[in-house]
Design a protein around this ligand. Sequence first.
Ligand code: 5RP
Length: 230
Amino acid sequence: MSDALKREAARAALDEVRSGMRIGLGTGSTAKHFVDLLGEKVAQGFDCLCVPTSIATECQARDLAIPLTTLEEIDSLDLTVDGTDEIDRDFQLIKGGGAALLREKIVAAASARMVVIADDSKLVEHLGKFPLPIEVNPFGLAATQRSVAKVLSNMGATGGLVLRKSTDGEILITDGGHYILDASFGRISDAKALSTALLEIPGVVQHGLFIGLCQQAYLATPNGVIQLSR
Ligand code: 5RP
């Protein structure tokens, strides 16, 4: 997806923000555009209070002087705007390509509404082409990997399980101090059942399936931005 399209999706989502809103700020290259554009509004006097979903987004928002808060200081958010790796017609998502899925899910779950911004290549008939990120505790990694592999095999996964590395070749460590396993499925036929099975594994902290959290999507195409609502 071109950067220009990402920005158009982000710009369209600005229609969602109202003065005084408490807003969750997503993570990734598309969400980065939204934060940029919100920063421009804040510089013009727009009033909002935001919770970032990663250290990277927090740094960006601070640089733009966007007022920040935490879920300790407020108990809910009006809106979260975030990118996605996949979205299906039931508004189920795969997220976590940027390794921020845990905070992203906590923030989305604390929000009255979650709006996704992406290009229309992220819209899929069936989730699973993008490997599912699974955030795990480093303790007992091998045991967790075996349990996850068993669930994947029971759920019909066609590919493997890979421990995510960062660009320097070291094991990637999330903002929460965890690891990410990327699980290749091919096609996820029952996202809810997969979610439940994964969360029953003690070493699994969270996974990138977002079910029932997203209400709206702005999907950029070369011919304009499509709005989908649930
Ligand atoms: C980070 C995410 C991102 O929102 C997702 O990976 C999409 O990123 P991008 O906008 O760069 O394509 O889930 O954990």
